[in-house]
Design a binder for this molecule. Structure first.
Ligand code: DAH
Length: 342
């Protein structure tokens, strides 16, 4: 084939090529070892030196022209490929994003976090104890010997005569005192508790409490009142007041029941507070001397107070929740309401 024709033929063929693959297939047909350009030199042997030289130059020219044509086309195809990729992968930043379902903090967890926030800020440490507890720590060392009538107040899940699911967080008081061996204590202990109650709107066989224990020199009932007033204000609102009413718990003497000014009427009297203006929220008192002694403390040296907050109770009051089962039924319609809870 005439060398001159080769270039115009390449040009023509390149016009109709649209992919790199086609280009790769075409290229060796002209520039390969057995391509048309090499073949054009086939009869070199029969030529004179002079003729060989001119043909050689001509072939080289055609070769480099052909290479140029192929590389220009290759570049153009690559560019077009990138352009089409860019067009395909273009992101429309004005499109609405994909919404991920975001969890919410469970209202009981939120109350515990708020309590920890408050009491840690007042110098308390957060203590922990096991949910599977001994009768000794849950009752005996809390001044509730076997057969004591007050044990009936807490219908307990016994594993065997010695072990039980704790019916209160108070055994953490015992554990902490035994560990601290007569030294001052300032703890809260939030955690799960269990009782053999039939579940209804106000009872749950598993619920939560937050125990508090402060022991030191010259700790008085006034300190107790201060610690609980702060709590009522933090959890239920700055406008809240509390009052202490005499009561009975085996592990405290004197014992008190703590009321908070009604979360609904603010103290004027309504159906919620049965017109008293007050709502009972928790039990507390000065740690009973018997408990101190059984746990290695000398009541002459050190004394203090304890309290037990019902996490569900106080959370129900805070949000006006009327059925404790809502906390445990995992109904998203209920849980989602606490998105902004703080
Ligand atoms: N443990 C008591 C209960 O479950 C609550 C309680 C009352 C805890 C008085 C205390 C306290 O530490 O001093 O009913």
């Amino acid at each position: 084939m005439e060398l001159e024709l080769i270039i115009s033929e390449i040009k023509e063929k390149l016009e109709s090529i649209n992919t790199i693959q086609e280009l790769a297939n075409l290229k060796p047909m002209y520039l390969g070892k057995k391509g048309k350009i090499s073949l054009a030199m086939g009869n070199m042997k029969e030529l004179s030196i002079e003729e060989r030289k001119t043909l050689g130059q001509k072939v080289n020219l055609v070769k480099s022209e052909a290479e140029k044509l192929f590389s220009v086309k290759e570049e153009a195809l690559n560019k077009a490929l990138i352009q089409s990729k860019l067009a395909k992968e273009k992101i429309d930043v004005t499109m609405p994003g994909v919404k991920f379902n975001q969890g919410t903090i469970h209202p009981l967890t939120q109350t515990i976090m708020d309590l920890e926030d408050l009491y840690v800020g007042l110098g308390y440490e957060v203590a922990e104890g096991p949910e599977l507890e001994t009768d000794e720590y849950c009752f005996e060392k809390l001044n509730l010997p076997k057969g004591h009538p007050a044990r009936d107040m807490q219908d307990t899940f016994y594993i065997n005569p010695e072990w039980l699911l704790r019916s209160q967080t108070s055994p953490v008081q015992v554990r902490t005192m035994l560990k601290k061996e007569g030294k001052p204590i300032q703890i809260i202990c939030p955690g799960k508790t269990y009782r053999r109650d039939a579940d209804d709107a106000t009872h749950s066989h598993q619920f939560m409490q937050c125990e508090g224990l402060v022991l030191g020199k010259n700790i008085t009932m006034a300190d107790l009142k201060g610690a609980l007033l702060e709590m009522a204000k933090k959890i239920l609102g700055e406008d809240k007041e509390i009052r202490l009413r005499p009561s009975f718990f085996p592990f405290t003497e004197p014992s008190v029941e703590v009321d908070v000014s009604c979360v609904k009427c603010g103290g004027k009297g309504c159906s919620m507070c049965k017109n008293s203006g007050w709502i009972e929220v928790l039990g507390a008192g000065m740690v009973n001397n018997n408990v101190l002694r059984m746990c290695g403390y000398d009541p002459e040296e050190i004394q203090g107070f304890a309290f037990g907050i019902g996490i569900e109770r106080i959370t129900m009051l805070k949000y006006g929740i009327d059925d404790i089962r809502n906390f445990y039924s995992n109904d998203l319609r209920f849980l989602k309401q606490f998105k902004e809870a703080k």
